[in-house]
Each structure stands twice: as structure tokens, then as C-alpha cells.
Write a protein that binds this ligand. Structure first.
Ligand SMILES: Nc1nc2c(c(=O)[nH]1)N[C@H]1C(S)=C(S)[C@@H](COP(=O)(O)OP(=O)(O)OC[C@H]3O[C@@H](n4cnc5c(=O)[nH]c(N)nc54)[C@H](O)[C@@H]3O)O[C@H]1N2
Ligand SMILES: Nc1nc2c(c(=O)[nH]1)N[C@H]1C(S)=C(S)[C@@H](COP(=O)(O)OP(=O)(O)OC[C@H]3O[C@@H](n4cnc5c(=O)[nH]c(N)nc54)[C@H](O)[C@@H]3O)O[C@H]1N2
Ligand code: SF4
Ligand SMILES: [Mo]
Length: 713
């Protein structure tokens, strides 16, 4: 194959369009087998970030796995043939299933999987394994915004409008998202609001995104971490008190206003100021700006969602948007920024524990009957709902719990909350099977590692942050030792004597997904590969015979009565522990150069060189109080664990907080410190605010040097 292929980036949900041109791979092993060029597309307009530019380096990275690995009697991983590996997995799964029941096998999926893989993985879990216990890393990512969207609008599509609509905005409120680092080409769509002086960024850190508001382009609001709910209740209070509500819209398109009004009565701006640290005057100015007329958008990111009250916080943001009449009004809107490459499609086709394809509910008899027909099985053959990700991991190795786990697309021993407990759970398992292209920290613990194809080597579809289905195309032939995940699932299903058919051709799997999704909320039945190959814009819901839905909510919301729900929410004082005098709040998040657990980007030399280690960002005033200087070795600790990193002093963070990226493993894993307490509605864990102590230490390396010196003295 030597022809260029039009595809999209392997990383985040912006899914920047790129062209992959095969190189003369034979030339030398250090040359990536394709070159990457940004391609014009409405979302990225030809732009890519550093991660996209360097993505091809992973295709022939020295660390790439080239054959299945099996753990031997010596405790080490050894290369094996595909037949050996697959036979072993099937035999062990059968044994575990007959000894402990089908629910003793768990499946952990990922929001980076193509629609075809995500769909087939859900089917594989329910039919080939017969287990209810499947969930995925999207639980860590999208679930609170999704739960809030479902509750308010009756549907969960991250952006209910094309990204280009933002270009015409005069005011954009960004709540807890650092798009300048997490989706760099996205910021092109903020230029209109910047020019109108209306970009508003709410973040406890002065991030690269917050700096986009400098010089009169908008404002940066810097609340105490974890206080966004109070901030939003205060904004709603002002909007109602100052009669900024769009009353005609509220009357015609929503229910629940009276309860909502009563619920915010006591959130006057001065009280909000005392909780959040945001001046009452700022709150009033912001409310007026948001209500100032046409062209207002409210967008949320992980900063407001990854909390034990994330669903309620996202709900409050939706309430604010509804009061201002934004959702569905041309040139205005509300949305949430989906994160992983297929964060949107990955949450629609059955990886969630309570879900069947098409965003159907697994407990709904009609949904079960429909999907059973497509799968050619009896509805009773489809297990009921399982448990969400954090609970699934808590069941690892427990009696009556999960004895075997299959992992597809997550490095969960780095990215899950409270990872020490997760590691212990993985070590208790009878069988851990990981599909990956690298020996990630999670794969390194596995009994069987199955090496798979990478994005440039496979066909499929992804659904970007706008709910637009796009094509991933194969540009090059994969190395001989790796396999496509669809093939792996089909081979295992066959070895497990599954009666249902498992196709291995992506287009045929997509054809089946179309049927399975037909009539569901996320209906893909009108979409096919041919139209995607022509470049047609395909936004779901796209029922057969329709033209798709670039914009939702123009006339009605997705609840049966067509109305949106204003859901009154309140601050739960006990929701999260407060830092004591000698403690600070740990905020976690992302760096431009690394992606998620870092399993991929820590293996790209340029990216690793730019950010080789986790640094703890501290305000100089805090550092001074704690006797810490820039570059000092630190221990960041709480009762769950301790992280060893160096200090980076910066005035960009509030004095009551410390920031750690979560992209690193082992002793630098931020998630050694995070709580596995979850939001009661979405089951999303509290990643963003945890209480820690920060102390200066003598680094193990310098201590070792000293001991050696002492010995030699
Ligand atoms: N470079 C890079 N890009 C990525 C990814 C990556 O790993 N690396 N991952 C992708 C994925 S899966 C996702 S989900 C997205 C995430 O994209 P973002 O949501 O932009 O990412 P985060 O850095 O997790 O969080 C955003 C901001 O929330 C702030 N924050 C923390 N606590 C609070 C709080 O209590 N209130 C408020 N208002 N803000 C708070 C943090 O300071 C941070 O700047 O990025 C995608 N893009
Ligand atoms: N403290 C803290 N923790 C967080 C967050 C945070 O903000 N703070 N954010 C959370 C969020 S939003 C997310 S999305 C999660 C993500 O965290 P993870 O679930 O760990 O995601 P990745 O690091 O992308 O891991 C994906 C793994 O699958 C592999 N992979 C990539 N594509 C495929 C494929 O097609 N098939 C298979 N089988 N494997 C593939 C990669 O090599 C990698 O090892 O982290 C969460 N954890
Ligand atoms: S912004 Fe996201 S999709 Fe675009 S190049 Fe960077 S990582 Fe890839
Ligand atoms: Mo995410």
C-alpha cells in the first residue's frame, strides 16, 4: 500500500483530520512507516497538536509488542503463538465460569475503541462470556455530564451542535476545561468570543486556556476547587433575582421552574463569595454577560464533572443554560466536551454496564427483544445490568466477585482512582488478559497479553465530540505478529462455542451495529461506510432515510413530552472532606504533551523529553509556608498513599491547592492519592479534589548517594 489515506488522530475526541502517507518503510527502521499531515476539516481546520504530529512514531516504536505473551511458571512473560494464547484464554475462562459462574468474568473497555470494537465487545461480554459485568473507562470521563444530559434533555450527545457554531458566539463560558492544552486546535473556535471580550474560563488554575482571556478578551474566574456547584447556584440566583430569565422559553420548553427558583433562594452572591472565593461583583457581572443577548454558549469539561457531586454540578450548568434559553436556540447552546477519541461512540453501543447498542437500556424489555433479534438469540440469553467501573474493580478477586478480567483499551492501574487497591485486586485475580500494543503498567501485570493493530493499520469508525461519525482508514499493513481486535473477539467467541455470529470485517460489523441501533436514542441506521467515504457529515440520530441531526433541540427535547427538565440540586456539605490546617487540596488533570495514563505518549521521545516526570505545582506562598523551594523533592501523601515528585512553583495555582498530572505510573501516579468515592447518580469517581499533605523530603536518590558516601568514609 502506498496511497495516502485520509484518517483521524488516534488520541482525543476532537479527532483532528489527518492524511497518512506511507513512507518507504524499508529505508530504515527508525523512520515511521507513515508521515502525518493535518487535513482540512471543520473541527481542526488543518491543525494538529504535538501528540497528533508525533503519533506515527508509535507504529514502529521499539517497545511495541510483536507476539502474544504468556506468564510462565517462572513468573515472567514469554512470547507464544496466537493459537497457544487464545486456547489458553478460552480454557481458563471456561474453567472459571464453570467453577464460579459467568459473572466471575469481567470486561473493562475503553472510550478509545472504534464503534465496531466497542459494539462487538459489548456483544462478546453478554453472549460469548454470558457476563453482566462489563463497564469501561468512560465512567471516569463522561458519566456525570452524560447522566445530567439524560436527566435534563432525555439524550446525551456531548455537543448537540457542530463545533463551527461556536465561531459566531459573543460569549462562551468554559467550566473546568483546559482546551488550550487538551484540544489545542479547538481554540480556533473561541476567537469570535475573544474578539467580543466574552471568553470566560472557570478554573482554579490560571491555565493556558485561562490566559486566552487576557488583554480584554474575557475573564478568568478562579474558584476554590470543588465549589462550582455553589458558583452555579449563585449565578442562577442572580439570573432569577435580576429578571434575566428567558420566560417565554421557560414556559414553553421546560418543566420544574418553581422548585428550581425556591432551591436557589438562599444562594445570594455574598454567600457564594464566602464559599468559592469569587467576588459577588464578579458573579453579578458574569450573570449579566451571559444574559446579554444572542450568541452565548456554556460548555463543561472534566474540572466540574469529576467530582462526587459532578452530576449535580453539570445539572446546575444545564439549569443556567435553560434559564437563559440557550439550548436549541440558533447561535447559542450548552454542551460538554467529550474526551477520548471515541468517547462519544464508545458510550452508545453497549460497553456500559446498563446499556445495549443505540444507547438502549438493558432493563427495557423492548430494547432486549430488538437487540436479541439482531443477535439471533433469545432475549433471556442477554444478561441484565452489571456494575459500574469502580465497583467492578472493587470486586476483583473477592469471593462472589470477579476472578478473571479482560481489558480492552485502558491502562487502569494508572488511571483508576485509589490505584493501590486496584493493583491489589488485579494481583488477586485467577486470570488477567490485556489487549494492547504496549506493555502498559496494566499489561505488565497480566497473565496473557494480546498485541493488537494500531489506528493507521485498521479500518473503522469513530464518533467525534460533536456526535459526528467519521472514518478511520487503514494506511499501512500491520506487523505480522499483531492482530485486529475484532478477529481476537471472534476467535475467542468461537473457542467458547458461542452460538451468535462474530464478524471480523469492520464494515460488516458496522452494518450489524446499524441494525442494532435502529430505533434507539443513538440511531445510526441511516449511516454507511460509502457515505462516510464520500465525506458526508453524519450526525446522529441518523434514522434510515433521514439526513441526520447536526443540531438537536431546535423544536423539542428528547423526553416523551418534548420538554427539558429543570432539576433542583443543592450543595451537600458532607460531599467531600475539607483540608485541615496542614493540608491542601490536590487537583489533578492534564498536560499538553501526554495522553491519559501516558501508556502511549511516554513512549514518544519528543513528548517524554518535554515532560519527563510528574511535577507538583504549588503557589510560592504555600511553598514558603511549607519550607519548600522550586525543584525540591516532595512527598505528596494522604492515608491512601504517597507520591514522590519534585516541586514546581507557580503563581498560576491558588494557594490552597497543589496540582499533579495523572500521566505517570509507579511512585508518581497521582491516583495513589485519589478517592474511589463516587457520584451517587453517575458512579464517576472524585478525581479532581482530594486532601493531601505536602512535605519536603530528602530524595531516595540523594539519600542513597549519601549512604554510599558514608559507607566509603
Ligand atoms: N493533552 C491531553 N489532551 C487530552 C487528554 C490528555 O490526557 N492529554 N485526554 C482527553 C480526555 S479523555 C479528556 S476527558 C479531556 C479532558 O479535558 P479537560 O477537561 O480540559 O482536562 P483536565 O485537565 O482533566 O481538566 C480541566 C481543568 O479542570 C480544572 N479543575 C480541576 N478541579 C476543578 C474544579 O473543582 N473546578 C473547576 N472549575 N475546574 C477544575 C483543572 O485545573 C484543569 O485545568 O482531554 C482530552 N484531551
Ligand atoms: N487523577 C486523575 N485520573 C484520571 C483522570 C483525571 O483527570 N485525573 N481522567 C480520567 C479520564 S477522563 C479518562 S478518559 C481515563 C483514561 O485513562 P485510561 O483508561 O488508562 O486511558 P489510556 O491511558 O488512554 O489507556 C488506553 C490503553 O489502551 C491502549 N489502547 C489504545 N487504543 C486501543 C485499542 O483500540 N484497543 C486496545 N485494546 N487498546 C488500546 C493504549 O496503549 C493504553 O495502554 O483516566 C481517568 N483518570
Ligand atoms: S487535539 Fe486531539 S485529536 Fe487533535 S491532534 Fe491533538 S490529540 Fe489529536
Ligand atoms: Mo476522558
Amino acid at each position: 500500500m502506498t496511497r495516502p489515506a485520509d484518517s483521524h488522530c488516534p488520541y482525543c475526541a476532537l479527532q483532528c483530520a489527518m492524511t497518512l502517507t506511507p513512507t518507504d518503510a524499508a529505508a530504515d527502521a527508525a523512520t515511521p512507516p507513515v508521515t502525518v499531515a493535518g487535513r482540512d476539516f471543520p473541527t481542526n481546520r488543518g491543525g494538529l497538536c504535538k501528540k497528533g504530529w508525533t503519533s506515527a512514531e508509535l507504529l514502529r516504536a521499539p517497545a511495541r509488542l510483536g507476539a502474544p505473551l504468556l506468564r510462565g511458571a517462572d513468573g515472567a512473560l514469554h512470547e507464544a503463538s496466537w493459537d497457544e494464547a487464545l486456547d489458553l484464554v478460552a480454557t481458563r475462562l471456561r474453567g472459571i465460569r464453570s467453577a464460579h459462574g459467568a459473572d466471575a468474568v469481567g470486561v473493562f473497555g475503553g472510550g478509545g475503541l472504534t464503534n465496531e470494537k466497542a459494539y462487538l465487545l459489548g456483544k462478546f461480554a453478554r453472549l460469548a462470556l454470558g457476563t453482566s459485568r462489563i463497564d469501561y473507562n468512560g465512567r471516569y470521563c463522561m458519566s456525570s455530564a452524560a447522566a445530567a444530559g439524560n436527566r435534563a434533555f432525555g439524550v446525551d450527545r456531548g455537543l448537540p451542535f457542530p463545533l463551527e457554531d461556536l465561531d459566531g458566539a459573543s460569549t462562551i463560558l468554559l467550566l473546568g476545561t483546559n482546551v488550550a492544552e487538551t484540544m489545542p486546535p479547538f481554540i480556533g473556535h473561541l476567537a469570535g468570543a475573544q474578539a467580543a471580550g466574552g471568553l470566560v474560563v472557570v478554573d482554579p488554575r490560571r491555565t493556558a486556556t485561562a490566559r486566552l482571556t487576557d488583554e480584554g478578551k474575557g475573564m478568568h474566574v478562579q474558584p476554590a476547587p470543588g465549589t462550582d456547584l455553589a458558583l452555579l447556584l449563585g449565578l442562577i440566583h442572580v439570573v432569577i433575582a435580576e429578571r434575566l430569565v428567558d420566560e417565554a422559553y421557560i414556559g414553553a420548553r421546560t418543566v420544574g421552574f418553581d422548585r428550581l427558583r425556591r432551591s436557589v433562594a438562599s444562594w445570594w452572591p455574598e454567600r457564594v463569595q464566602s464559599v468559592t472565593g469569587v467576588a459577588a461583583l464578579t458573579l453579578r457581572r458574569l450573570a449579566r454577560r451571559l444574559a446579554s443577548g444572542a450568541g452565548t454558549y456554556i460548555l463543561t469539561g472534566r474540572g466540574v464533572e469529576q467530582h462526587v457531586d459532578g452530576t449535580d454540578t453539570a445539572t446546575a450548568a444545564i439549569n443556567l443554560a435553560l434559564l437563559l434559553g440557550l439550548p436549541g436556540r440558533p447561535g447559542s447552546g450548552y454542551g460538554t466536551l467529550t474526551g477520548q477519541g471515541n468517547g462519544q461512540g464508545g458510550r452508545e453501543h453497549g460497553q456500559k454496564c446498563d446499556q445495549l447498542p443505540g444507547y438502549r437500556k438493558i432493563v427495557d424489555p423492548e430494547a432486549r427483544a430488538h437487540v436479541a433479534r439482531v443477535w439471533g438469540v433469545d432475549p433471556d440469553d442477554i444478561p441484565g445490568p452489571g456494575v459500574p467501573a469502580v465497583e467492578l474493580l472493587q470486586l476483583l478477586g473477592q469471593s462472589g466477585g470477579v476472578r478473571a478480567l479482560m481489558v480492552h483499551g485502558s491502562n487502569l492501574v494508572v488511571s483508576s482512582p485509589n490505584v493501590d487497591a486496584v493493583r491489589a485486586g488485579l494481583e488477586r485475580l485467577d486470570l488477567l488478559v490485556v489487549c494492547d500494543f504496549f506493555l502498559s503498567e496494566t499489561a505488565a501485570l497480566a497473565d496473557v497479553v494480546l498485541p493488537i493493530t494500531q489506528w493507521a493499520e485498521e479500518e473503522g469508525t469513530m464518533t467525534n465530540l460533536e456526535g459526528r461519525v467519521i472514518r478511520r482508514r487503514r494506511a499501512i499493513t500491520p506487523p505480522t505478529g499483531v492482530r485486529d481486535e475484532l478477529w481476537i473477539l471472534a476467535e475467542l467467541a468461537g473457542r467458547l462455542d458461542c452460538v451468535a455470529a462474530f464478524d471480523t470485517d469492520p464494515e460488516r460489523v458496522f452494518e450489524e451495529l446499524r441494525l442494532a441501533s435502529e430505533g434507539g436514542i443513538a440511531d445510526y441506521s441511516g449511516i454507511d461506510y460509502a457515505m462516510l467515504d464520500r465525506g458526508d457529515a453524519a450526525y446522529w440520530p441518523y434514522p434510515r432515510g433521514s439526513a441526520g441531526t447536526p443540531r438537536l433541540f431546535a423544536e423539542r427535547f428528547a423526553h416523551p413530552d418534548g420538554l427539558a427538565r429543570l432539576v433542583a440540586v443543592s450543595v451537600r456539605e458532607s460531599a467531600r472532606p475539607r483540608p485541615g490546617d496542614d493540608e491542601v487540596t490536590l487537583v489533578t488533570g492534564r498536560l499538553l504533551e501526554h495522553y491519559q495514563s501516558g501508556a502511549q505518549t511516554r513512549r514518544v521521545p519528543e513528548l517524554l523529553d518535554a515532560q519527563p516526570e510528574a511535577l507538583a505545582s504549588l503557589h510560592p506562598a504555600t511553598a514558603d509556608r511549607l519550607g519548600i523551594a522550586d525543584g525540591d523533592d516532595l512527598e505528596v501523601a494522604n492515608h491512601r498513599g504517597a507520591v514522590h515528585v519534585r516541586a514546581r512553583l507557580t503563581t498560576d495555582i491558588r494557594p490552597d491547592a497543589v496540582f499533579l498530572p495523572f500521566h505517570y505510573g509507579d511512585a508518581q501516579a497521582a491516583n495513589l492519592l485519589t478517592s474511589d468515592a463516587v457520584d451517587p447518580v453517575s458512579a464517576m469517581p472524585e478525581f479532581k479534589t482530594n486532601v493531601v499533605r505536602v512535605t519536603r523530603i530528602t530524595s531516595p536518590a540523594s539519600a542513597a548517594r549519601r549512604t554510599e558516601a558514608e559507607v566509603h568514609a
